[in-house]
Design a protein around this ligand. Structure first.
Ligand SMILES: Cc1cc2nc3c(=O)[nH]c(=O)nc-3n(C[C@H](O)[C@H](O)[C@H](O)COP(=O)(O)OP(=O)(O)OC[C@H]3O[C@@H](n4cnc5c(N)ncnc54)[C@H](O)[C@@H]3O)c2cc1C
Length: 313
């Protein structure tokens, strides 16, 4: 047994905090677990130009601080700890945090997000936010008439590359094999595009440049067949090798798809367990935007509120 809540929200990105705003205004006094990254992924970026309501743009940390303030103003409670253990086999649901404290909840909202996979190069992490990105929709706009490099060979990588042709002077795809993993349709579309070229059988050895105003200046690639290295000049370096949803806590308790995304039913946020709802990137392998995460957070709070009311009647 632990402290009792009507609703616990796990995760404080745009989906979790939006869910908290709606749930708090509905009088549910939710507890939000903020986890290791309070405010979520957006706190790692400076310029957000596509979140409605901010015509001049807004920094990620500032936007997330405003969302948190809004949630707390209506009575949400925030806890800067990680959830370590969740037991959905009992009701109320049981939760344990990383300090060993226990909680129980009548309903749960999972908004633990997802993380982009990166190559793991030191130069790549040093230049994140200075030309290295994992989101073409978010950052493509900054590379108008510039040379862009995309790493990957699946459908998402080719979609990102095609999207980036709207901005870049050239878009070069680096792929470690001699054919794409993507569907034939996408491969054909990318290969026929006049701005796209491909470096087959190649891996990235190093991202070149300096953090700050200089940013990314190029990439050093190596052909895995000939072992020859080559420097390609570019200003934008987009990694498109997949995402990892943060769903380990629920591996055995909630239905997930083959890549670990939580499955929600129909157009709702309802998961495979009644009373447990999911929103944001943790259940969305497609859109992965702050505004879609926030929208689904609103849905989750409304679904949870309705479900809790039904239990009482
Ligand atoms: C560098 C970068 C730039 C971006 N730029 C834009 C942009 O310009 N526009 C845009 O729309 N989108 C952008 N995005 C995408 C956007 O950030 C995500 O779509 C959005 O943050 C997803 O929100 P979320 O609420 O689902 O989860 P996240 O933001 O991923 O937050 C997940 C939350 O869950 C918490 N958590 C995870 N595990 C646990 C646990 N066990 N216990 C407790 N808490 C836990 C974390 O601490 C975090 O608070 C960008 C992403 C990145 C990485």
């Amino acid at each position: 047994m632990g402290k009792h809540y009507k609703l616990i929200i796990v995760g404080s990105g745009p989906s979790g905090l939006t869910a908290a705003i709606y749930a708090a205004r509905a009088g549910l006094q939710p507890l939000i677990f903020e986890g290791a990254q309070p405010g979520g992924q957006l706190t790692t970026t400076t310029d957000i130009e596509n979140y409605p309501g901010f015509p001049e743009g807004i920094s990620g940390p500032e936007l997330m601080e405003k969302m948190r303030e809004q949630a707390l103003r209506f009575g949400a409670e925030s806890q800067f700890r990680m959830v370590k253990d969740v037991d959905l086999s009992q009701y109320p649901f049981r939760i344990r945090d990383d300090e060993g404290e226990g909680y129980e909840a009548e309903a749960l909202i999972i908004s633990t997000g997802a993380s982009a996979k990166y190559l793991g190069l030191e130069s790549e992490s040093r230049l994140k936010g200075y030309g290295v990105s994992a989101c073409a929709t978010c950052d493509g706009f900054f590379y108008r008439d510039k040379d862009i490099v995309v790493v990957g060979g699946g459908d998402t990588a080719l979609e990102e590359a095609l999207y980036l042709t709207h901005f870049g002077k050239t878009v070069t795809i680096i792929h470690r094999r001699d054919e794409f993993r993507a569907s034939k349709f996408m491969a054909k579309k990318a290969l026929n595009h006049p701005k796209i070229r491909v470096k087959w059988d190649s891996v990235v050895e190093e991202v070149l440049g300096e953090p700050g105003p200089v940013g990314v200046t190029g990439v050093r690639i190596r052909n895995v067949k000939t072992q020859k290295t080559e420097d390609l000049p570019c200003s934008g370096f987009f990694v498109a090798i997949g995402h990892h949803p943060n769903t380990e806590l629920f591996r055995d308790s909630l239905e997930q798809n083959e890549t670990g995304y939580i499955i929600t039913k129909g157009k709702s946020s309802q998961t495979s367990t009644a009373g447990v709802f999911a929103c944001g990137d943790v259940q969305d392998p497609v859109y992965r935007q702050a505004v879609t995460a926030a929208g689904s957070g609103c849905m989750a709070a409304m679904d949870a509120e309705r479900w809790l009311s039904e239990q009482e009647s």
